[in-house]
Design a protein around this ligand. Structure first.
Ligand code: ADP
Length: 319
């Protein structure tokens, strides 16, 4: 094998650039030529492909987003789209690929492997919603960004004795809400993985106000409902001086944390090692601090599980 390609696909996440850098530098270190593919599978099909050198990935490790851009390209689910992509791979002499993205992107990688072009997936998403990895690239940064916002919101919440409902990203997963909620000392964390009862949330709020805790933060995962809707339901049970805030895409951006950069570097390097061994159709993850490869087909049959013991822990710590 002489040439590999790299692309980022699906939702962007901080640390994707660090992963691209690691793949590129490790591959060059091993004597491979590396091609960057812009705009995910859309760019692959369009032939938006360029040769990288060590400097291409210089000054990128600290940058959020993805300098290779990302795009949604549903046409890649059809064989016709895949064959067009393969035409471009052949044109550029690219024999194998690293795909950084979520499980949608992994489907594309598996299709390419089935066509004879080994592709390896790295978990790049802030949502942490991918099976077989304790954390995804971008998750730690997103949690820390939410946490910084919660700390700021708490200042104003305390000053005016308000209750804030803070809605955070995460698609169908509650991981960001859970981690940021525990770290931010939330009164309550509302996530899709756990049923909730607005009346019980209100009763807890009332009790804690009676005990002297005059402000509160409730972290709400976007997969449950909108913050305004939740606040409206809550206000039916009393006047808690409610305000709601939607953090939105702010949570996607920013410089990756050390943890995300190190994770991205480890995953990227391992991907190149496995491609050199002729492996493809696998997704990498970190489990108990070890980088592990799993068959993509196996991964598609599993569901990600949020760390629900954090939910129970928060119940014990909230006052
Ligand atoms: P994520 O990778 O974050 O889950 P998406 O689900 O949007 O994000 O997938 C990203 C891209 O991966 C899609 O725009 C498409 O190009 C490709 N993709 C998604 N599903 C498939 C599939 N079943 N087969 C081939 N390619 C797919």
């Amino acid at each position: 094998m002489k040439r590999i390609g790299i692309l980022t696909s699906g939702g962007d996440a901080p640390g994707m650039n660090a992963a691209v850098r690691a793949v590129a530098r490790k591959a060059m270190h091993e004597g491979l030529e590396v091609y960057g593919i812009n705009y995910g599978y859309a760019g692959l099909v369009a032939g938006d492909i360029f040769k990288m050198d060590p400097i291409t990935v210089g000054d990128k490790i600290q940058r959020g987003g993805t300098f290779l851009y990302s795009a949604r390209y549903p046409e890649f689910a059809q064989v016709e789209g895949q064959l067009k992509g393969i035409e471009q791979l052949n044109k550029f002499g690219i024999e194998a690929l690293v795909v950084i993205g979520g499980d949608g992107s992994y489907h594309g990688a598996l299709r390419l492997t089935e066509h004879g072009y080994n592709a390896i997936g790295l978990p790049g998403t802030i949502d942490n919603d991918i099976p077989f990895t304790d954390q995804t690239i971008g998750f730690d940064t997103a949690v820390n960004t939410v946490l910084e916002s919660i700390d700021r919101i708490r200042d104003t919440a305390a000053s005016h004795e308000r209750t804030f409902v803070v809605e955070v990203m995460g698609r169908g997963a509650g991981d960001i809400a859970l981690w940021a909620g525990v770290a931010g000392g939330a009164q309550d964390i509302i996530i899709p993985e756990r049923d909730f009862d607005v009346k019980a949330v209100a009763e807890k709020l009332r009790a804690s106000r009676e005990h002297g805790q005059k402000h509160a933060i409730i972290v709400l995962a976007e997969g449950v409902m909108h913050a305004d809707e939740f606040s409206e339901k809550l206000s039916e049970y009393g006047d808690f001086h409610l305000r709601s805030t939607v953090l939105g895409h702010v949570v996607r951006g920013g410089s990756p944390t050390a943890s995300d950069r190190v994770l991205a570097s480890r995953l990227g390097s391992k991907a190149v090692e496995l491609l050199l061994e002729g492996k493809g159709g696998v997704a990498l993850g970190i489990e108990k601090n070890e980088i592990i490869a799993h068959d993509m087909l196996d991964l598609f049959n599993h569901k990600h599980h949020a760390m629900l013991d954090l939910y129970d822990l928060n119940e014990d710590l909230a006052y």
